[in-house]
Unconditional design. Structure first.
Length: 367
């Protein structure tokens, strides 16, 4: 008997044994029972998914984002589901998105949490900035307060939707998006700001989660803190700190740290900024940036910037412009999904955890 015949015989016997005892699902069973019951993926430029897969049978859900292991590499194609693009007559407030995984237990003590309540307008808690003047960066988007560009879902998520329609004859409708500023300030001299975000990544798209002082302010002298930015589909988070001026004397007053996140557009990612500024004194205090519970950058609070308690939270999706190297987004909708946003009096693990992270965290890089 040849080896091929022997292999077929042994395989047949194994298949019979497997079928009888149900040890390993057959190939047909595997095809009929997908790993996760999400809708099939659709080719929709820039569209992010809104969930992580549930834990495998026998595995327990992580109780804290800080306890999570490092994120895996890119998931296999089709593992995550994508909601369909908007159709004529589409009502964004009634859109359905798969469930995400916000923190399993509230970060204690939380002193402010964004509600994302679909029964109230977005502008009750957020100031929707408007305009198409380039925003200092030759950007293409026209920021609006329209519900098609910023809305809450029924399962309490905030969606910022940038829409590209290159064929529109009206310049105001070619590229529309949202830029939201919290009416709540950080309000304290020490604390932690947390957001869980799924970010669109595509050519010509620039989503951001960041801080600016409440208006009026002078930029960048009064300071800017960038917690999440990804540029032009690079799947890289840019943690940044800006202050001083953009001139030869202040070339070293803008620091950054890059963190590769290959799946940041396919899963919710947790971002934290912890600040400690005794008595709000200018030029005193420290900042630490975290991604999924890991410290990625630290920096002293710059001299001359406004006290951290004066800063507000911003979410926006920019389109085109200098940062995107002049790339124009393809037609489609690009969603930034905010699953959770809150301010807490102390980080998980307490201020001892902050001190340990400060000692072991890399400094921001100049330039």
């Amino acid at each position: 008997m040849s080896w091929k015949d022997q292999f077929k015989r042994y395989k047949g016997e194994w298949d019979k044994f497997n079928s009888k005892h149900n040890i390993i699902p057959s190939q047909q069973q595997q095809q009929q029972q997908p790993q996760y019951a999400y809708p099939p993926q659709q080719q929709y430029p820039g569209q992010a998914s809104y969930s992580q897969p549930p834990p495998a049978p026998g595995q327990q859900q992580q109780q804290s984002f800080y306890d999570r292991p490092p994120p895996p590499g890119p998931p296999s194609q089709g593992q995550y589901g994508y909601p369909p693009p908007p159709q004529p007559g589409y009502n964004p407030q009634s859109a359905s998105y798969p469930q995400s995984q916000p923190p399993q237990q509230p970060i204690n003590p939380v002193y402010w949490q964004a509600r994302f309540e679909p029964s109230v307008p977005v502008t009750q808690e957020w100031d929707a900035k408007e305009g198409a003047h380039g925003w200092g960066n030759n950007e293409l988007e026209n920021y609006t307060s329209n519900p098609e560009n910023a809305f809450y879902t029924q399962d309490h998520k905030l969606i910022l939707r940038a829409i590209a329609n290159n064929s529109s004859q009206d310049p105001a409708h070619k590229f529309t998006s949202a830029r939201l500023v919290s009416r709540q300030r950080l309000g304290r001299d020490r604390g932690v700001l947390t957001a869980v975000v799924t970010s669109p990544c595509a050519s010509g798209i620039w989503p951001a989660f960041w801080l600016l002082p409440f208006e009026p302010f002078t930029w960048p002298t009064d300071g800017e803190v960038d917690i999440m930015e990804t540029w032009n589909g690079d799947h890289t988070n840019h943690s940044c700190l800006h202050w001083g001026k953009f001139d030869g004397a202040d070339w070293n007053k803008h620091i950054t740290q890059m963190t590769q996140l290959h799946d940041m557009d396919r899963r919710p990612v947790r971002y934290d900024l912890t600040w400690d500024q005794p008595n709000g004194q200018p030029g005193q205090g420290r900042l630490v940036w975290h991604i999924d519970g890991r410290p990625v950058m630290k920096a002293p609070i710059p001299q001359g910037s406004r006290p951290m308690r004066d800063f507000t939270v911003l979410f926006n999706v920019a389109m085109g412009g200098n940062v995107c190297a002049g790339q124009i987004p393809r037609d489609g909708a690009y969603d930034m999904v905010v699953h959770y946003c809150a301010m807490s009096a102390e980080p998980e693990g307490g201020w001892a955890r902050f001190e340990n992270d400060w000692r072991h965290c890399p400094d921001g890089k100049v330039g």
